[in-house]
Design a binder for this molecule. Structure first.
Ligand code: AOS
Ligand code: ZN
Ligand code: ZN
Ligand code: ZN
Length: 424
């Protein structure tokens, strides 16, 4: 399935008049329209390979059909997204679900679709068919040194794959923890994990980053060894400059103030990147912005403020990734919606009147501060996001074009109805 530039052009032509009217109105509401559009054009969000298929739950999986069956087809799917929105210019691979065989061919395919290889993801939460030791009682934390060694070697292997593909980061998410009080000596589990991470860290090339994700619970339900941002921070601080914390929005205890976490990690130069998604109860991995768009905006508000204060490049200095799992939606449509929601939140944050907000804060003008933030949040910036796409040759309305081209039907025709995309 190939989406041609002619498809995009005729789609855009049909929507152009309406779009231009909206844009004129939006521009009249926002002072820095041009600067916002340029930042939106530069902004790219990596798509995780495992989100291209239906994840399901432990109760069942309802495959949608036409899902990618190989690393090549996953690259093609992200290529489709990127063609539609020009904002998904990277794929985040997962080992061993995506073992690259022919690096040269895979790199060539990716560059044909204008895609880069974002963070590599290791997996020590499942036993592989050929693995000698089990991760049933943890990986990097395990009381058994041989298990730890196996998990360390796997992570180093993942780095090697990444080097070949031109990736520059490794994301480590650990399922390690315990299910029952007394099962684990917390201090020893911490020490073992730290020593294991140190060995992995030592194998990182100088231009690489190590992102350490945290998660409050699941699959372990009594303790998790990297459970929150403070614990992740404590590890990455000890590891060194190349190690940073990764924030997955669904990995917090209920009502956690994620925007404050983000602000402080950024201040400490320890914010590595994100796994965007949304949730109501736990690690729900739902579409970004589907439930708490104001929270997403507040996170971006801190990011823009903090990155500008540190002179950081919004597009390059953090790892922007989606982490999603789909039960009922077409994964590609869901990912288009997530990217759109992230871009909207970013555009709104860029349009906040920073000087006025700072003044309101200095004067303890609480009402004014709220007015400023909510004014930005309540301004419809969708035309700016669409304009960024238009200028970069993408579709004004990606989901609409995806549907009118019957992309899923075509993929089912090519790949069949019964396909399994990931190991999930
Ligand atoms: C797990 O809950 C984490 O969010 C991981 O980032 C991710 O979903 C996993 O690594 C997929 O392989
Ligand atoms: Zn994640
Ligand atoms: Zn997760
Ligand atoms: Zn998640």
């Amino acid at each position: 399935m190939i989406i041609g530039s002619n498809h995009i052009e005729s789609h855009n032509e049909g929507l152009l008049k309406k779009h231009q009217n909206k844009l004129v109105f939006t521009a009249s509401e926002i002072d820095n329209t041009e600067a916002v559009i340029q930042k939106l054009i530069d902004f790219q969000i990596a798509i995780p390979s495992w989100a291209l298929g239906t994840g399901g739950t432990r109760f069942g999986r309802f495959a949608g059909g036409g899902e990618p069956r190989s690393i090549e087809e996953k690259i093609e799917d992200v290529g489709l997204l990127h063609k539609l929105n020009n904002a998904s210019g990277a794929i985040s691979l997962h080992i061993p679900w995506d073992i690259p065989q022919d690096y040269k061919a895979i790199k060539a395919l990716a560059s044909q679709h204008n895609l880069k290889f974002d963070a590599m993801n290791s997996n020590t939460f499942q036993d592989q068919a050929d693995s000698e030791h089990t991760y049933k009682y943890g990986s990097l934390q395990n009381v058994n040194k041989a298990v730890r060694k196996q998990a360390i070697a796997h992570n180093i292997e993942v780095i090697k794959h990444g080097i070949e593909l031109g990736s520059e980061s490794l994301t480590i998410w650990l399922a390690d923890g315990s299910n029952f009080p007394g099962q684990l000596n917390f201090r020893k589990a911490y020490q073992n994990t730290l020593e294991s991470l140190e060995e992995i860290y030592d194998a990182l090339p100088s231009n690489w980053k190590l992102f350490l994700e945290y998660k409050c619970a699941e699959p372990n339900f009594y303790s998790t060894t990297v459970a929150d941002w403070g614990q992740s921070y404590s590890y990455v601080k000890k590891l060194g400059d190349k190690a940073q914390t990764l924030v997955d929005l669904g990995h917090h205890l209920p009502n956690a103030n994620i925007e404050q976490i983000v602000s402080l990690l950024l201040m400490e130069n320890k914010l590595g990147g994100f796994h965007f998604n949304d949730s109501k109860y736990g690690d729900d991995d739902l579409t970004a912005g589907a439930l708490k768009p104001y929270q997403l905006f507040l996170i971006f508000n801190e990011l823009v403020e903090g990155m500008d204060a540190r002179g950081m490049n919004h597009a390059k200095d953090l790892g922007w990734m989606i982490d999603a799992s789909h039960n009922i939606k077409d994964p590609l449509e869901d990912l288009l919606q997530s990217v759109e929601a992230i871009m909207i939140a970013y555009a709104q944050a860029l349009s906040v009147d920073r000087k006025a907000l700072e003044k309101a804060q200095e004067e303890n003008d609480v009402v004014k501060a709220q007015e400023i933030l909510q004014n930005a949040f309540r301004t419809d910036v969708r035309a700016l996001v669409a304009e960024a796409r238009l200028r970069s040759g993408a579709a004004l309305n990606p989901v609409e074009l995806y549907r009118s081209l019957a992309v899923r039907k075509n993929l089912i025709g090519e790949r069949g109805l019964k396909t399994l995309a990931t190991g999930l």
